[in-house]
Design a protein around this ligand. Structure first.
Ligand SMILES: Cc1cc2nc3c(=O)[nH]c(=O)nc-3n(C[C@H](O)[C@H](O)[C@H](O)COP(=O)(O)O)c2cc1C
Length: 428
């Protein structure tokens, strides 16, 4: 029996029917789900059995049709073999983790929203998260976000074309809200990302355009005021970014910030960011009520990341206590960041000389600017900046991003298993 779903209906599949998108988009690389489906459409919901072209437990003989393009954006059709009872009559276990064969997979609102294999999002790191790194994370089953930074159109065109052409899995782009112009957002949307992350500023101005393009809106926030704005903007996901994070951020630490934001914005799903570099951090984020982790610094030390090898090696060599929040790199580079935000970077000769003496630096800007630019050009990281978070102390090697996604997820699963064993069962 053939069933055709229009693009207009597909994005609105409610509740756990989001799995439909997931099965469709990520694991199958846009392959339409096959096998048993339930229908009660328009509302008739449509939910596939978790069986698709790329699933390990694909049903023998299951038939798969590949839609021509991203189903959120254009019409597509799927062929269904059998119809099973309505979704609301099915027994669907509520899980943090679901069993596929012998491998437990972590299933959260994040994985279901995008059809990810792992609840891991690549931080949209300006100058680091190019198309290659974003595609590597997406192809590994996470959500890769290109770091649009200050919105250089030539750079964006190159990197967004790269990610679009390198993966058929969901991906997105991050923009710095206070510096973003409407034309830059329009440029990014022309590449048809699945998500746009806005950080550092009021997202309400751009929310409608993002949603109209069929994208999920992700807002990264540093405090409750930011969370309230994100909620008002209609954010689909909110990233609570703790001060441990590399790059720009705020003052509040991840551990208290995440549950505070979770409580404040429920039922909007929250992702934790800041200080997470391995599966222990991801498991902890889930325990705080987050639906996944957005990870930046750990992905800086990958071959796919943009940036100088020496900078990557400095992250590998750094201890957690060797990063700090400062404005000196923004001052010397001429970026006028709004007051609440500072940038966390590796400490070096430049921070030791100028941090705490910002007025003096501003007074000698002409000379220092030229010297800084020369140092950055020469990859002299005693002067030039390496953005990195406190998680640098957990990074001991440069690893391919693909391996990292699988390793972090597997380690989180092991941690969650272990945590389950701490509970004494059967006692009164
Ligand atoms: C090198 C680097 C560049 C970053 N650039 C951006 C950026 O352009 N936009 C943004 O929203 N966040 C940026 N961030 C912050 C990340 O989005 C994320 O919040 C952070 O990396 C998470 O913390 P972690 O570094 O401890 O993993 C950057 C972070 C780093 C390390």
């Amino acid at each position: 029996m053939a069933v055709t779903l229009s693009a207009a209906v597909a994005p609105r599949l409610p509740g756990r029917a989001d799995q439909f998108d997931g099965c469709l988009l990520t694991r199958a690389g846009f392959a339409a789900p096959s096998g048993v489906m339930s229908c009660h459409d328009r509302g008739r919901q449509t939910r596939p059995e978790p069986v698709c072209a790329a699933c390990p437990d694909r049903a023998p003989g299951a038939q798969v049709l590949r839609p021509r393009t991203a189903p959120w954006l254009r019409p597509w059709s799927v062929k269904v073999q059998t119809i099973v009872p309505r979704l609301d009559t099915l027994q669907i276990p509520t899980l943090p983790s679901r069993q596929i064969g012998r491998t437990a997979m972590i299933t959260t609102a994040l994985t279901e929203m995008f059809g990810l294999q792992h609840p891991i999002v690549l931080g949209p790191m300006g100058g680091v998260s190019g198309g290659r790194l974003a595609a590597a994370v997406s192809n590994a089953g996470g959500l890769g976000l290109v770091g649009g930074g200050y919105g250089d159109p030539a750079w964006l065109n190159a990197e967004l074309a790269c990610v679009r052409d390198s993966t058929s899995a969901p991906w997105g782009v991050g923009l710095i809200t206070w510096s973003c112009e409407p034309e830059i957002l329009a440029l990014a949307l022309r590449y048809r990302p699945h998500a746009v992350l806005l950080s550092f500023g009021d997202p309400r101005l751009y929310a409608a355009a993002i949603h109209q393009a069929g994208c999920k809106l992700i807002c990264q926030v540093q405090d409750l005021e930011g969370a309230a704005l994100a909620r008002e903007a209609g954010a689909d996901l909110i990233v609570a970014q703790g001060t441990e994070a590399g790059g720009h951020g705020g003052l509040l630490a991840t551990m208290p910030l995440v549950p505070t934001v979770v409580d404040a914005v429920a039922p909007i799903p929250v992702i934790a960011a800041g200080g997470i570099a391995d599966g222990r951090g991801l498991a902890a984020a889930l325990m705080l009520g987050a639906q996944g982790a957005l990870i930046g610094t750990r992905f800086c030390a990958t071959p796919e990341a943009l940036g100088h090898d020496e900078g990557k090696q400095r992250i590998v060599a750094a201890q957690a206590g060797q990063t700090g929040r400062t404005r000196v790199f923004d001052i010397v580079r001429g970026y006028h960041w709004p007051t609440p935000y500072t940038g966390r970077a590796l400490q070096n000769r430049f921070t030791r000389q100028w941090h705490g003496h910002e007025d003096a630096l501003a007074g000698q800007l002409a000379n220092e600017k030229a010297a800084y630019a020369a140092a950055a050009q020469a990859a002299d990281f005693d002067t030039a900046l390496v953005w990195a978070g406190e998680a640098a102390g957990l990074i001991h090697s440069v690893e391919p991003a693909t391996n990292l996604v699988a390793q972090i997820s597997a380690q989180a699963q092991a941690q969650l298993d272990k945590a389950g064993q701490w509970l004494r069962r059967g006692s009164a």
